[in-house]
Design a protein around this ligand. Sequence first.
Ligand SMILES: *Cc1c(COP(=O)(O)O)cnc(C)c1O
Length: 433
Amino acid sequence: MPAELICFEPKCRACYPIDEVIYSCPRCNGLLEVVYPDRSLDAAELKKIWRERRMSNAALDRSGVWRYRECIPFVEDFEKVVSLCEGNTPLLDAPRAAAYAGLDRLAFKHQGFNPTGSFKDNGMTCGVAQALRLGMKRVACVSTGNTSASMAAYASAAGLDPVIFIPHGNISYGKLAQALEYGARTLQVEANFDQILALVRVLAERLGIYLLNSINPFRIEGQKTIIVEMMDQRDWNPPDWIVLPGGNLGNTSAFGKALREMVQLGLIPRSPRLAVIQAEGSAPFYDLVRHSRSALEPVKKPETLATAIRIGDPVSWPKALHEVRCSNGVVECVTEQEIADAKAQIGLCGIGCEPASAATLAGIRKLAAAGVVRRSDDVVAVLTGNLLKDPDYIYRYHTGQLKAPSGAQILSRFGNQPIVVPNDPDRIAELLS
Ligand SMILES: *Cc1c(COP(=O)(O)O)cnc(C)c1O
């Protein structure tokens, strides 16, 4: 029996063939998930195969996603997969960041080392694999950020035609530049994000375009391998906590699914707890969990300088809620100042990341202060994007020019200003002594 698409809604659970072009349940509009039939996989054997593949030079084995293909067997013909050697991201010890957070130790799983600089690549190689298997010629997404950059790269590498829809006048240049360079047709529409999403759904059907938005269940499958690779790097010893930023909550959904499946397959003895961190100005998921509401109330005007998590109406919240509950997890939110300071601390580790990623360290610090995370706990934070995605933010922070969306000045607490000096060795020597 092949993999299937199943509606995530407990009351529905309708099943669809894996090669049906649908993005949500045609019956109830619920989220879809990829479900595999019961597999008799031997955990010890899998661990051995995956280790051996690290010594292989075959393209599929070198990919930090497809190396673990037994965890994502939705494609039938692996020969058709297009890889840019995604994944393979390091797990970095960060004692300085641990001290800042009030922990004995802390490690970062740095997804910013991916080919286009964010974890979106782990998912996109799978989304594009599905587009190829469906025989699609064009793919599209609505995004001004890392999704566009990643989709453009993978689609072009696969010989597909990438089309990006962006809200007019809402452009983040670092990421948009990548999309242009990777050859995506970029359409600025005079409408807001939600209106464009509706428009693109109509166009997708009419023109036979495959949508690779965050809701796409195959991207979630690829993002699971971030956790599989992390456990492989830790010799299958799960940490106490995995901490990640929450925006559209696709990653939270993917991490939770990975953990459940890994426990079920006997790859790890128990599940770590998930800690999802949101920015204060766009924290609908935090509100949902905090107030134990039954449904998410969207934030109408989400605000944060961490643009990758500036999401008011996260599509994957039902899945994410399930995963936070299953892992006995927590959700926290942090201020703009806390994100900016945490980001500078990650920089001082020689590591660096984009603003959304730094919400993790800010959140850990807050959770440690509250006693939710204990000093001796074994914690891995996932840094989602590369430092160079948002250089403008960094320069402004260090020179005391960074302002929160509210207009409030962000203090340059760990600022590091460039210094203008005269062309005079004595004066410079004096300055450096
Ligand atoms: C997409 C993205 C996020 C948010 O992830 P979700 O899966 O939408 O919650 C966080 N950080 C970076 C750098 C991203 O690109």
